[in-house]
Structure formats: structure tokens, C-alpha cells
Ligand binder design. Structure first.
Ligand code: SF4
Length: 237
């Protein structure tokens, strides 16, 4: 991964990235899934803790080695296997249907063909599958062995971007994905995009949580518009 960070005043997003890397370190390397497996993992991860989604993913994979037969799995079978995830009812239906769609369109449950596609076309193709939104589609392209240059924005990332005023207060994940990606330096590669997502998620799980931000301890406190407004409110008579 190559990052060329300017020595002069950096763009806000670069300053944030640099500060978070100082606080949390570099993203640890982890084995990558093939894109079809990453798609399944992404669906299991929606609003679910990483530990739970990993456990459920392995259980599903063990029941359907190489994903053979997953397209024919009944709702009851899926429910039994994935019932622990937050949106189990939704994805017990959507996962087999998405696999069916891919097999009927491409002849196999294999997304390797997306490697040569432009990112926008690949995102659009994936988002037409049942249960696949922009975050799952982006994760399929960026986190998998495809390693495409696309930013993954989850709810942590969206909340922080709103507080930092990198996006508007009502921006959706779809709008934020495109707005935030345009703020990233042109010479960042797919690995830098992935690290940026990882750093923002770490911040969202530690200091900038949904329950309430701990601005006093946050490594971004002097860079953040939200923190500045809060401090002013506290110092006003
Ligand atoms: S300073 Fe506060 S609002 Fe800003 S990113 Fe940190 S925790 Fe979130």
C-alpha cells in the first residue's frame, strides 16, 4: 500500500487519517475472501457484531462446502444456521436468492468476472441482487481478493463523517459514500481506502460512539467541528 501524504497543510480527510493511524496503528493484514464468499460474509455482517458474523459464516460454509447447494437452502435451514445474526429473517431469504440470481446470470456462484469491470458498473450489478446495498457491494469489491478502489462506508463511518461535517447531517450512506470517496486523495490505492474504513470504524467503536461521543479523549478533538461546538457551548455563560 502506498500513501503519499503531503508535507504542507493536508486535506481534512488526510489529516484525520494520519491522526487515527497514530492513535490506532496500521490496519492488521488479514486473509482475504474470494468475492462470492465476501458477499455472503457482508450480508451476515449487517448490524451484527464481527465475532458473531464470523462464527455464523464459518457454520454456513461448513454446511455448504464451496457454497454448493446454498441456492436451494430452505428458509428453515437458513434460519437454523444464521438465526444469531441481527437480520436473520431477511437474509435467510435473501442469501439463497442472491446465489440463485448469480448462478442464473453467470452460470456459477463466482464473482471473479467483476475484476475487470469499472467500479461503478460492478457496484450497480451487485446492488441489483436481493439484500445487497451499497455497503455490502463496496465491501465485496474492496475487502475481497478483487481489492478494488472503492470506499466502504458503514454506520460508524457515516456518523463520524456527519459529526466532522465531511457530509451533511442528513446524508444517507449512499450519498455519503460518493461524497466521502471524492474527498480521498487521487493517489490512494485500494489498501489505503480499506485502511481508512478500518480507522473510522475503530474510532466509531471507541470514542465516537452512537450512544455519545467522548470528545475529551478523542484523537480528533482539535480537528472536529462537533467537538469545537460542544466546547463553546460548555464555556458560554
Ligand atoms: S471529537 Fe467527538 S464528535 Fe468529533 S470525532 Fe471525536 S468523538 Fe466524534
Amino acid at each position: 500500500m502506498q500513501l503519499h501524504l503531503p508535507l504542507e497543510t493536508p486535506q481534512p480527510v488526510v489529516a484525520v487519517h494520519r491522526r487515527l493511524r497514530q492513535a490506532f496503528g496500521r490496519r492488521p493484514e488479514a486473509p482475504r475472501l474470494d468475492p462470492a464468499s465476501q458477499l455472503i460474509h457482508g450480508m451476515l455482517s449487517v448490524r451484527t457484531r464481527g465475532e458473531t458474523s464470523r462464527k455464523v459464516f464459518l457454520r454456513l460454509r461448513q454446511r455448504f462446502p464451496e457454497w454448493q447447494g446454498l441456492e436451494q437452502a430452505s428458509f428453515e435451514t437458513m434460519w437454523e444456521l444464521i438465526g444469531e445474526i441481527t437480520l436473520a429473517e431477511k437474509y435467510a431469504l435473501h442469501i439463497p436468492r442472491a446465489v440463485q440470481n448469480i448462478i442464473s446470470l453467470r452460470g456459477a456462484f463466482d464473482l471473479g468476472f467483476l475484476r475487470d469491470w469499472p467500479v461503478d458498473s460492478a457496484l450497480q450489478w451487485l446492488e441489483r441482487l436481493p439484500g445487497v446495498g451499497v455497503k455490502i457491494a463496496a465491501a465485496t469489491l474492496n475487502f475481497s481478493t478483487l481489492q478494488k478502489r472503492v470506499l466502504v462506508v458503514d454506520t460508524h463511518h457515516l456518523r463520524i463523517a456527519r459529526r466532522l461535517k465531511f457530509v451533511g447531517p442528513l446524508a444517507s450512506i449512499e450519498e455519503a459514500s460518493s461524497l466521502l470517496e471524492r474527498q480521498l486523495p487521487a493517489d490512494w490505492d485500494a489498501g489505503a481506502f480499506e485502511e481508512h474504513h478500518w480507522l473510522m470504524k475503530r474510532l466509531g467503536q471507541s470514542f465516537c460512539t452512537a450512544r455519545g461521543p467522548a470528545c475529551g479523549q478523542c484523537p480528533l478533538r482539535d480537528l472536529c467541528a462537533y467537538s469545537t461546538v460542544r466546547s463553546l457551548k460548555h464555556t458560554m455563560p
